[in-house]
Design a protein around this ligand. Structure first.
Ligand code: ATP
Ligand code: ZN
Length: 287
């Protein structure tokens, strides 16, 4: 009998490709070397990888041609297929926004009434307009949405934005955020028990990788008189590790800090007499 394999669909090229392949790598999953650009087989995990256009991934996963996939939330909601989002992956962050020419006097969504809006996201835009009771004309195009106002094809656009530099260089300003998006792991609604076990194994690894990226290992020296205060600043996973230093009255403290409050933590550690602070990346984190 053939061994059960999980099938994952990834974007074959584009903005999500590198991070999708790296997350598998960080999960210890190694792909075969350049045999086939569209279909690959992991060498050390029962996983087959299908490389597709991102827009096609929800359909493949819905139909069970792939069991799972990595894709932007924007595509999941726009294609509106029957798939399940099982985890957010923390990369491919962007937002779907409305933008208008910079010189327009935009005050509210009412500006968009009876205007022509160019987008590759007609479904999400339509929902947004309906929710706001705005009647407008949606002009669906598949690419280069940002140039449409400049050439007189549309009065406004609805497109993905990350830094905003593309909008800026096309003389546009962002006026509404319709959706915040990042890459997610999606799954077919009904996967077999054997495949579910493999998926859980993969998810366990993904979570360890994600957690490790959000944390840093920290080592520092602190006078014993300030030890308690410093321990309260960095409580660590269970509690910090404390080792006596060779010098009387000093200890070395090891702990884990979260990236969100990283710089605030460092500042208050210094204010409390911590010295020789070392910050080390964590490769995997299993709680
Ligand atoms: P494909 O050839 O696979 O259809 P594409 O051109 O539709 O590719 P990309 O531009 O590679 O798609 O973007 C893939 C995804 O990356 C988007 O759907 C979105 O989730 C995410 N993304 C992150 N930042 C941005 C951005 N600034 N512009 C567009 N997409 C972004
Ligand atoms: Zn696409």
């Amino acid at each position: 009998m053939m061994e059960t394999r999980l099938k994952i669909a990834l974007q074959k090229s584009g903005r999500l490709y590198d991070d999708s392949v790296s997350i598998l790598k960080e999960c210890g999953i190694e792909l075969q070397n350049g045999v086939n650009k569209l279909l690959n087989e992991a060498v050390n995990f029962p996983l087959q990888i299908l490389f597709l256009r991102d827009d096609d991934i929800p359909q493949y996963v819905q139909d069970g041609v792939a069991d799972i996939g990595i894709i932007g939330e924007n595509i999941v909601y726009e294609t509106n297929k029957d798939v399940q989002i099982i985890d957010k992956l923390g990369f491919g962050k962007c937002r779907l926004s409305v933008a208008v020419p910079r010189n327009e006097n935009y005050k509210s969504v009412d500006f968009l009434k009876h205007k022509k809006i160019a987008t590759s996201y007609p479904f999400l835009l339509k929902n947004f307009l309906n929710e706001n009771q705005v009647d407008a004309e949606i002009h669906e195009i598949s690419g280069s949405v940002e140039i449409t106002t400049g050439v007189g094809l549309a009065d406004a656009i609805c497109d993905l934005v990350s830094s905003g530099s593309t909008l800026f260089s096309n003389g546009l300003k962002e006026t509404e955020v319709i959706l915040n998006s990042e890459a997610v792991l999606i799954s077919n609604q009904t996967i077999s028990i054997e495949k579910k076990l493999l998926l859980d194994k993969l998810l366990f690894r993904i979570q360890a990788v994600k957690k490790s990226k959000k944390h840093k290992y920290i080592l520092l020296n602190v006078p014993d008189s300030n030890l308690e205060t410093v321990c309260n600043i960095i409580p660590g996973m269970k509690s910090p590790t404390i080792l006596p230093l060779g010098v009387e009255g000093w200890s070395s403290l090891h702990s884990v800090v979260h990236e969100d409050d990283f710089w605030n933590v460092i500042e208050s550690l210094k204010a409390n007499g911590a010295e020789g602070i070392l910050i080390i990346p964590i490769e995997k984190m299993i709680l």
